[in-house]
Design a protein around this ligand. Structure first.
Ligand code: 5AD
Ligand code: SF4
Length: 447
């Protein structure tokens, strides 16, 4: 019997990317599916949607419109919509697109197989966008590993309720996985040859857990436990929140060499007035104090960030304060977005009289400043030795390998295939358009 085929399309952020991989693992693991890259030959099409910005709902409905004919041609085809748009829209998706079979949320993705069964059994579309805690982790197969790096989700949801953001509504409140589960999963990954892990969570540093002796631990202490595991050589995490960036977490960068010299720390704005309207829970001064602390603890650490421009009521002066902070901090490659009103959030009903053209012009100025700084950081890396994880062959071919630096840059260099999945040292020799070029400077022990 030939396997049924699943086609999955992921919209949006890294959390969604991770969830999509788990959905594929789930369906290919116990449910007999295999992955396909084209919707035309799929038996199951899954859209894993994101609603953080843009006209997400419309985009999903128009994408659904484009695959509708496939269902007409093949009535056996199943179509499922998951993620944050599904969570927000719920049954409305079935009402607008009755050919959709299953609607599931970020917290019910483990129920996809049973929802599909119920749909086949009752011949009716199924909707489950509830928040059953973090039960999904108990049902998902062990994480799928790609090479030497893996993602590990350690907490879900967000309870911060920034006034512009839908996440607390679509993904539910902050919930941490038990420490023992996290450690077991990472040990299993290390046994499979994984040496770099990225700890994921909407607010990863809001992590709270309990040790077997009842002691409560925070994110910094979890990092310490993970750092002690054999085989794990490099630890990343994202996304962290400034208001939970404790002195102990800053100190972790002094004490734990396995932590990469990179932190993604969204600031959103450099104006205290706007930060307060956003309900971010910190001031520009406090943010810069964290950055200073990090740079003391780990000289040369790269800080990347997210910015929102054109928040309701943002004046030229507010924006100038963001630009001044950008100059002072010197962020590495960062993301900036024009504010996008999200239905149901407090900011969506705030007065917003800045013309879109002004917002776009601000966005360009900010991006230009951040890009220039990122380019300067790349230039400054020439002549330095970097510890990198060899992730694969270079796209350019020619026997070149590709590796990733702490601050997420790809370095191409000549080396043997036996270095794949290993940490090595390279000397950076040149900046190319999107990558760096280098030479092998040190092999791992035993290679
Ligand atoms: N409009 C624009 N950007 C947003 N983000 C979150 N919500 C919005 C919104 N309504 C951005 C923030 C966040 C990143 C993941 O997306 O910068 O850090
Ligand atoms: Fe959204 Fe704010 Fe939570 Fe980040 S911290 S997910 S921006 S509500």
């Amino acid at each position: 019997m030939t396997a049924k085929k699943i086609y999955i399309r992921s919209f949006g952020c890294q959390m969604n990317e991770y969830d999509s991989n788990r959905i594929v693992d789930l369906m290919t693991g116990g449910c007999g599916y295999e992955k396909t890259a084209t919707p035309e030959d799929a038996d199951l099409i899954v859209f894993n949607t994101c609603s953080i910005r843009d006209k997400a709902q419309q985009k999903v409905y128009s994408e659904l419109g484009r695959i509708r004919h496939l269902k007409e041609e093949n009535p056996g085809l199943r179509i499922a919509v998951g993620g944050c748009v599904a969570s927000q829209e719920g049954r409305a998706i079935i009402e607008r697109a009755p050919f959709v079979d299953v609607v599931f949320g970020p917290q019910t993705l483990h129920r996809l197989p049973s929802l599909l069964d119920q749909c086949a059994h009752c011949r009716r579309s199924q909707v489950d966008v509830s928040f059953p805690g973090i039960a999904k982790f108990d049902y998902l197969p062990r994480p799928h590993v790609d090479g030497a790096a893996a993602f590990v989700s350690i907490m879900e949801g967000c309870s911060k309720f920034c006034t512009y953001c839908v996440v607390p509504y679509t993904r539910g409140q902050e919930l941490s996985r038990p420490v023992s589960d996290v450690i077991r999963e990472i040990k299993e990954l290390a046994d499979q040859g994984v040496c770099e892990i990225t700890l994921l969570g909407q607010n990863v540093n809001a992590y709270r857990g309990t040790l077997p002796d009842g002691e409560e631990i925070d994110f910094a202490m979890l990092l310490e436990l993970i750092s002690a595991l054999d085989g794990i050589e490099r630890i990343r995490f994202m996304t962290s929140h400034p208001s939970e960036f404790t002195p102990r977490l800053i100190d972790a960068f002094r004490r734990l060499p396995k932590l990469v010299s990179h932190v993604h720390l969204p600031v959103q704005s450099g104006s205290n007035r706007i930060l307060e309207l956003m309900k971010r829970g910190y001031t520009a001064e406090r943010f810069e104090e964290i950055v200073r602390g990090l740079r003391q603890a780990r000289p040369g650490i790269c800080i990347t960030s997210d910015f929102i421009v054109g928040f309701p009521g943002e004046t030229e002066e507010d924006f100038e304060q963001t630009m001044e902070m950008v100059e002072r901090v010197g962020f590495d490659a960062s993301f900036s977005f024009v504010y996008s009103p999200r239905p149901g959030t407090p900011a969506a009903s705030m007065k917003d009289d800045t013309p879109q053209s002004v917002k776009l012009e601000r966005l360009q100025r900010l991006q230009k400043a951040n890009d220039a700084r990122a380019a300067a950081i790349s230039e400054a890396m020439v002549g330095t030795r970097q510890r990198v994880l060899v992730t694969g062959m270079s796209r350019k071919g020619g026997g070149m390998l590709a590796a990733r630096t702490d601050n997420n840059r790809v370095v191409n260099f000549k080396g043997n295939l036996d270095l794949l999945g290993r940490m090595v040292e390279v000397l950076v020799t040149e900046v190319r358009v999107h990558t760096l070029a280098g030479e092998l400077a040190g092999k791992p022990a035993g290679a």
